[in-house]
Design a binder for this molecule. Structure first.
Ligand SMILES: [Zn+2]
Ligand SMILES: [Zn+2]
Length: 145
């Protein structure tokens, strides 16, 4: 019986050299193999990491709605929504997610955040202008005959 030749290979996971008789061996030990599969599977499955990403987003946004600024202490239910809607090809990535309360989230109907911010800004300017005009009118009331 001829001895099988030992080949020196580099472990795909830990990078250490190991000797094997089988060409298809890519890991030095089972632990390396399972670790590698665990880590790489993560990149392809959407479910498990999404929860992690979701939490990271909430943490990043300080557990407050990025539209109205309210948080759990204000009695709102927080959700994580997609900046670019899933229907428009948005992904579950950290950068595509934002913390929103249920109220703000429900009123969105696929409108992008940039558009909403613009709208909010317009509303704010309008309010500010109205307030200024009112103050002016109040001050000048004496002028009226
Ligand atoms: Zn290894
Ligand atoms: Zn909100």
């Amino acid at each position: 019986m001829g001895k099988k030749e030992l080949i020196t290979k580099k472990c795909k996971y830990c990078g250490e050299e190991f000797k094997t008789t089988r060409k298809q061996h890519v890991f030095c030990k089972t632990k390396c193999s399972t670790s590698w599969y665990k880590e790489n599977k993560k990149d392809y499955s959407n479910k498990t990491p999404y929860l992690k990403v979701r939490f990271a987003v909430l943490e990043r946004d300080g557990f407050t709605c990025q539209y109205c600024g309210r948080g759990v202490k204000d009695g709102v239910k927080l959700e994580v929504e997609h900046l670019r809607p899933r229907s428009k090809g948005g992904t579950n990535e950290y950068i595509n997610l934002v913390t929103s309360c249920q109220e703000c989230n429900l009123g969105k109907s696929d409108v992008l955040l940039s558009q909403r911010q613009e709208y909010k800004q317009k509303q704010r300017i309008l309010k500010e202008t109205t307030r200024k005009i009112k103050t002016m009118i109040n001050k000048n009331q004496n002028w009226q005959c």
